[in-house]
Design a protein. Structure first.
Ligand code: ZN
Length: 234
């Protein structure tokens, strides 16, 4: 049996822990991305709705203006019978005609907005709403899947903690100490020394004396370059 074997077993457990930890850390980020995407789609819908509201406001303003002018015209027409001089009557008639043109212009503006712009803007709201509807379900589903996966990952990590403790207990204490230190800087921390005496971690060719030590398989032998624990398949 390889003297480093308990360390290799421990590293295998640690490898699984590392992967799960990375996944657990990544899940909130993925959720945030999904939520942000949905927020973007919702914002687009809000903007489209605002454009329709703004249009309605402009239509209302033009209609109100037309109504104000029409009211003025009515007042002028009612004053007509009381006018004595021809000149004054002429002026009032001119004024009425001009106001009627203005009212018509305002009404035409309102109509043009209704006929030309409203269909386009309402079409955009419809499209944006369709996108929201399409995305909402997908995002909700994905977010709940991610929540579920996170719970699974946490449960797996809990059970791996016990497995790790058992694996670590089988490693010779000084070897364990060395491994714990090196694994925070180099991963994997325990690597194969090739037939040609090359460290599988940093690819440096080891001196023959180191290769000999590894082959003898009695003590922990670190790579002279990167410090990873070397072993040979025996
Ligand atoms: Zn190395």
């Amino acid at each position: 049996m390889n003297v480093v074997q308990p360390l290799i077993d421990l590293q295998e457990v640690d490898g699984r822990i590392r992967e799960l930890e990375r996944e657990a850390k990544d899940i909130p980020r993925r959720k945030a991305l999904e939520t942000a995407r949905l927020a973007g789609v919702n914002a687009a819908l809000e903007i489209a709705k605002n454009h329709v509201e703004a249009l309605q406001k402009r239509v209302k303003e033009d209609e109100d203006e037309a109504e104000r002018i029409r009211e003025k015209v009515r007042t002028l027409k009612m004053s007509q019978p009381g006018i004595k001089s021809n000149k004054e009557l002429q002026q009032v008639l001119i004024q009425i005609e001009s106001l009627e043109h203005e009212a018509e212009a305002a009404e035409n503006r309102a109509l043009a907005l209704e006929e030309d712009e409203r269909p386009t803007l309402e079409g955009r709201v419809k499209d944006a709403q369709a996108r929201v509807d399409a995305e909402q379900g997908g995002v909700d589903g994905l977010v709940s899947e991610l929540d579920q996966r996170l719970a699974e990952v946490k449960a797996e990590l809990d059970s791996l903690a016990a497995e790790r403790q058992a694996a670590a207990a089988k490693v010779e204490p000084r070897m364990l100490l060395y491994y714990e230190r090196i694994r925070t800087k180099r991963w994997p921390a325990v690597v194969l020394l090739s037939e040609d005496g090359v460290c599988d971690g940093c690819h440096l060719v080891q001196p023959p004396s180191v290769a000999q030590l590894v082959k003898r398989n009695q003590v922990l032998v670190p790579c002279t370059m990167c410090g990873r624990v070397l072993y040979r398949d025996l």
